[in-house]
Design a protein around this ligand. Structure first.
Ligand code: UDX
Ligand code: UDX
Length: 458
């Protein structure tokens, strides 16, 4: 079959995989190939068990795979054959050298740019899909054009705003699609080509364009603003715990102001995920490098509050449970960084489990999708950790349950049965405020929500 366009994506991860699956699903007239250096990952994309859990993803992959969606390890071939190349390789926080712990590690990014340069035989539109420091496109252009072989490259920025757990819905019906380009005639032409792809299913008013630097920066700033709302509400949850105010009531009252809005105001054990911390650190690093220390300090506060919230959670557990957790069995309900994903990157549950192990607690972990990743994350932690899919079995004989992830399944459990099977006094620490606290208290639990007065029988 002759396809209208040939599209390649380098990097078959949480971003590249679902995004390309959606383009292929919506646009059967385009050939979409996703390549990756990791052959196991590609094999799983080609199997019945996809490498990531995302509601709705299986269906769209099944529809498009083999028709116009292909997963492969042949990166060079893919580059040669495609006119449009999305780059979605990972850009983790640097762990070495200058900027360690803050700056984005661009080694995979740069390697990919060189790979494109070396294999390209014709004009390519290269699209930054990964989140990158502002001005990365300039470096990319310099690498791509450094061979001086007459091949033209147009670099665009098209950050991905979908969130895990709702990625398919977000991709199908995005708030906006942002495309940044150079404001040259060839940059604008490339931009229009990408607009045309999204216009297959996204209304034109929602496809916005900007200069390339604004686009790169908008992604960092979006994530920083979202994370800042969570840190804001979490900081107030600490104040609520000292004053008998109730964070849910405060958030409701504040969020009903339409200038503020009610989203992202759920107090929690802290935000996790691969993006928020990494992107804010990156923003802080850029500001510091440009001499904007006050701006850097402001955003760094968002991360400090997030760390503080996790520490507070453990301190609250300790003080509620008579200042010792040694030998006590604690069951973590959930390990994923949020519900409806198996992803555990930067999950608050990782640091909570680490701290519980330091306190010599015995840990049992249950999660509907994330146990495989939890085992990898906690590999090497002293003391046996039990990984149990069934929450009833996991909490059997425990002194306390700590809710880490807001999975629906935890709201519907038979807590009478769970209470009977636990050691007394039995505690629940609801790190997501999803349970019916009054009811749990009536059953006999000592209940410790976030930002609300505890309900105890002492
Ligand atoms: C993405 C974005 O790329 C990142 O910038 C954003 O902030 C978070 O989301 P994600 O898709 O979650 O990353 O990363 P990951 O699931 O690790 O996938 C990246 C893929 O790129 C991996 O499968 C990796 O094997 C692949 N890769 C990496 C390459 O194909 N080539 C490389 O050189 C490096
Ligand atoms: C985020 C952005 O939302 C998305 O636009 C971007 O493309 C990638 O980064 P993601 O990290 O997948 O998406 O999930 P998100 O829903 O933003 O949740 C991030 C963390 O914040 C989770 O740990 C979540 O539980 C937590 N959270 C979210 C809260 O603690 N309270 C809230 O009110 C909302």
């Amino acid at each position: 079959m002759n396809f209208e366009k040939t599209i390649l994506c380098i990097g078959a991860g949480y971003v590249g995989g679902p995004t390309m699956a959606m383009i292929a699903y919506k646009c059967p007239q385009y050939k979409v190939t996703v390549v990756d250096i990791n052959p196991e990952r590609i094999a799983r994309w080609n199997s019945d068990e996809l490498p990531i859990y995302e509601p709705g993803l299986d269906e769209i992959v099944k529809t498009a795979r083999g028709r116009n969606l292909f997963f492969s390890t042949e990166i060079e071939k893919g580059i040669k054959e495609s006119e449009i190349i999305f780059v979605s390789v990972n850009t983790p926080t640097k762990t070495y050298g200058t900027g360690a712990g803050m700056a984005a590690d661009l080694q995979y990014w740069e390697k990919t740019a060189r790979q494109i340069r070396e294999s390209a035989e014709s004009h390519k539109i290269v699209i930054e899909k990964s989140t990158l420091p502002v001005k990365t496109a300039l470096a990319m252009e310099r690498i791509l054009t450094s061979m001086n072989n007459g091949i033209r490259f147009d670099v665009l920025s098209n950050p991905e705003f979908s969130a895990e757990g709702t990625a398919i819905k977000d991709l199908e019906d995005p708030d906006r699609v942002l495309i940044g380009s150079r404001e040259t005639s060839s940059g604008l032409k490339a931009r229009d080509e990408l607009v045309e792809i999204y216009a297959n299913w996204v209304s034109r008013e929602r496809i916005i364009t900007s200069n390339i630097w604004s686009s790169e920066l908008s992604k960092l700033v979006s994530n920083a603003f979202l994370a800042q709302r969570i840190s804001s509400v979490n900081s107030i949850s600490a104040l609520c715990e000292k004053t008998e105010a109730n964070i849910a009531e405060v958030a409701r009252a504040v969020g009903m102001d339409c200038r503020i809005g009610d989203k992202f105001l759920n107090a929690s054990i802290g935000f996790g995920g691969s993006c928020f911390k990494k992107d804010i650190l990156n923003l802080v690093y850029i500001c510091r490098s440009l001499g904007l220390d006050e701006v850097a300090d402001y955003w760094e506060g968002v991360i400090k509050i997030n760390d503080y919230q996790k520490e507070r959670f453990i301190l609250n557990m300790l003080s509620a449970m008579f200042n010792t957790l040694a030998g006590k069995k604690i069951c973590l309900f959930g390990f994923a960084f949020k519900a409806n994903t198996g992803d555990t990157r930067e999950s608050p549950a990782i640091s909570i489990a680490g701290k519980l192990a330091e306190e010599k607690a015995i840990i049992a972990i249950t999660d509907p999708q994330a146990l495989r990743n939890a085992m990898i994350d906690l590999d090497g932690i002293d003391g046996g950790i039990e990984y149990v899919e069934d929450p009833y079995e996991a909490s059997n004989g425990c002194d306390a349950i700590a809710v880490m992830t807001e999975w629906d399944v935890y709201t519907d459990l038979d807590y009478e049965q769970i209470y009977k099977s636990m050691t007394k006094p039995a505690f629940i620490f609801d790190g997501r405020n999803i349970l019916d606290h009054e009811k749990l208290f009536e059953i006999g639990f000592n209940v410790f929500p976030i930002g609300k007065p505890p309900l105890t029988h002492f």
